[in-house]
Design a protein around this ligand. Structure first.
Ligand code: ATP
Ligand code: IP8
Length: 264
């Protein structure tokens, strides 16, 4: 952008680079799939989410989780956590399924006039470091870059990179104005709301408060997610966890009416 600057009667033109505002969004596997049913995509819920996201004026980088396209087979083939010698077929199947989920989300985005472009970490030189310059170029071209939890091979070993790990790397690099995690619960509760109907929603989480959090799926579940959200908050960006089944709630973020959890 060229800006006119007046200094003691002289006019100078200086070039300043102003980064457009950017928001970072994770589509949790629990809200875009039925996590217990292998490869069960929730198209209508995803469409509702995309319909709200496309109204946001800022640039958006998307990340999606594995849900039942990632976690079921990753666990069956023991591809979880730190690299281990695992079945080649398992690596291929989990990657194929994740690509399919990604393409199905892109299909929904296209139908909502939000052109997304998928980026698979298994093809990144370092699966935990998304190609930032490429992401920048896609955004400049008016596309919505989207990366996702995936399999990887590093130093001859296989493993799973979680969408949550990618959220942290992207947040540290791009310093978005806002980071949101969409899941299938209203926010962070004092206990798992699915197994404890009387669990209480925490509107705000600060510091090292302790919660009862599950570590059920192959990448650590809500326990790992909260750790990552806290690390992102430490970089100075406010993080929100909200229910993707009610995506209209994004418009109340930062207000008293917001239903969800704010992590500062
Ligand atoms: P994915 O990892 O597949 O992308 P996701 O990001 O949507 O999925 P999950 O890892 O499935 O998130 O975590 C969400 C789940 O965490 C909820 O469905 C809920 O049952 C569970 N959970 C456990 N403890 C809590 C808690 N204290 N507060 C909120 N949810 C909790
Ligand atoms: O659901 C895990 O990503 P996450 C992806 O974001 C796979 O933790 C392949 C299980």
């Amino acid at each position: 952008m060229r800006k006119r600057v007046l200094v003691e009667g002289l006019i100078f033109y200086i070039h300043v680079t102003i980064r457009p505002l950017m928001q970072l969004v994770k589509l949790g596997g629990s809200v875009i799939t039925v996590k217990s049913r292998y490869r069960y995509f929730l198209q209508q819920t995803t469409r509702k989410i995309v319909h709200e996201l496309k109204k946001i004026d800022d640039e958006i980088i998307l990340v999606h989780g594995g849900g039942s396209f990632g976690h079921i087979k990753a666990s069956e083939f023991h591809l979880s956590g730190s690299p281990a010698s695992s079945s080649r077929s398992g690596i291929s199947i989990v990657h194929r399924d994740m690509m399919e989920l990604d393409q199905r989300i892109i299909g929904v985005m296209l139908s909502e006039s939000m052109p997304g472009i998928g980026m698979a970490p298994s093809s990144f030189p370092d699966p935990f470091t998304p190609p930032f310059d490429l992401i920048e170029s896609y955004m400049k071209a008016g596309l919505f870059p989207m990366t996702f939890g995936d399999v990887y091979i590093r130093n001859g070993n296989s493993g799973i990179v979680s969408g949550d790990d990618l959220m942290l790397a992207l947040a540290i690099h791009f310093k978005p104005t806002r980071v949101m995690f969409l899941s299938d619960v209203d926010g962070i509760f004092d206990r798992n709301p699915k197994t404890h109907p009387d669990a209480e929603l925490r509107k705000e989480v600060k510091g090292n408060e302790a919660f009862e959090l599950n570590r059920e799926d192959v990448t650590g579940g809500m326990g790992k997610k909260l750790g990552i959200m806290k690390k992102i908050a430490e970089t100075g960006t406010t993080v929100y966890l909200l229910n993707g089944r009610h995506p209209e709630r994004i418009w109340n973020m930062g207000t008293r009416d917001f239903i969800g959890t704010v992590i500062r």
